[in-house]
Design a protein around this ligand. Structure first.
Ligand SMILES: [Zn+2]
Length: 350
């Protein structure tokens, strides 16, 4: 028992030594900002015997000070500004030369994905969807598949894009939904069929999906993502963490969702024209969305959604209706609308 006691006393005495030195240091008044400022003036006698201001303590020979000055130099570096300036001019030029106008809506957009790149993207997306839904796809002889194929054939014909390898699949799933993959692969869920109700209603759904393809909305979304990425990289060059500006919430609610809704509205407008050109009753598009609203499916507040609310969709389609009805009465219902096809063909040139 004796030995440990001696050790404890020794430890205690060492500890008190340390504390008392620290206590003394703590009792010496530290220089305030004002005294520090005066202390650095030439000729002002620097008091000795207590800690120096931090910047003085890490002298220029110290690695820490060098690191600090090199960080400042990074922001002030001429080379960085030349680099960023050149980058901005080059990207600005690239951006401007890759702007195009979407026919019908007249919307100006940035597009730098070629149809060939889109094809590669399409193959990837197709295999992913097939892996997920492949075993639930109804056979081609199934009445539902034949119903969808019949309407699709008429709309594809007037779209002027019958050279594309279109595929129309029906997935046996209660979800009232439909989607299109780049490359013209359209998937319709059986859950939407009771809401679609008739051929005109189906034409409204398919017209919308085919319109996404015609206007190359998937390629546009990819191009848009590249612009966001370029901006994020520029922020990082300046040492700004892009997540402060582009946090998930801001990215979703301020940029991505309104952008998606714009594409949806555009697809509604083009789709309505397509179904009218194919001599389906465009007014059934309004009825179909009213039935969707009644079914209570998927109507979340518009600002939270990638799609316009059902009510806004109905209002928009009703506004577009006179043009659609005029198109329907002037259409011979069978021949491809040449000027319509020509309008969109420019988007597929590169
Ligand atoms: Zn859509």
């Amino acid at each position: 028992m004796i030995l440990p006691l001696i050790r404890t006393r020794l430890l205690f005495s060492n500890a008190t030594k340390g504390i008392s030195r620290q206590t003394i240091l703590n009792h010496i008044p530290r220089p305030t900002t004002t005294t520090r400022r005066f202390a650095s003036l030439p000729g002002f006698p620097r008091p000795t015997g207590y800690p120096q201001p931090q910047r003085q303590r890490f002298g220029s020979n110290d690695g820490y000070e060098r690191f600090e000055s090199s960080r400042q130099a990074f922001y002030k570096s001429k080379r960085l500004w030349v680099f960023v300036g050149t980058g901005t001019v080059l990207f600005g030029g690239y951006y401007v030369t890759h702007l195009e106008t979407v026919p019908l809506s007249g919307r100006l957009r940035f597009m730098d994905v070629t149809p060939r790149q889109e094809e590669a993207m399409a193959r990837q997306a197709y295999s992913e969807v097939m892996a997920q839904f492949g075993n639930r796809i109804l056979p081609s002889f199934h009445p539902d598949t034949r119903f969808v194929a019949k309407v699709a054939k008429r709309i594809v014909k007037v779209s002027g894009m019958d050279n594309l390898e279109w595929e129309f699949h029906v997935i046996d799933s209660p979800e009232p939904n439909a989607f299109v993959l780049p490359g013209g692969k359209v998937f319709v869920f059986t859950g939407i069929l009771p809401i679609v109700k008739n051929e005109d209603g189906m034409a409204a759904v398919l017209g919308h999906e085919i319109a996404h393809q015609l206007a190359r909305h998937s390629a546009e979304k990819l191009s848009f993502a590249k612009v966001i990425l370029a901006f994020q990289i520029t922020l990082m060059l300046f040492g700004i963490d892009p997540t402060y500006i582009f946090n998930q919430l801001a990215l979703n609610f301020v940029i991505s969702k309104p952008f998606s809704r714009k594409c949806e509205t555009e697809a509604d407008a083009i789709g309505l024209q397509l179904m009218a050109q194919a001599c389906y009753n465009p007014e059934e598009a309004v009825n179909m969305w009213k039935r969707m609203e009644k079914s209570g499916h998927g109507d979340i507040p518009q600002f939270m959604s990638t799609h316009p609310s059902h009510r806004n969709r109905v209002d928009f389609l009703e506004k577009e209706m006179p043009k659609a009805l005029a198109k329907r009465s002037s259409s011979d219902c069978t021949t491809e609308l040449k000027d319509f096809a020509d309008m969109f063909s420019s988007l597929w040139e590169r």
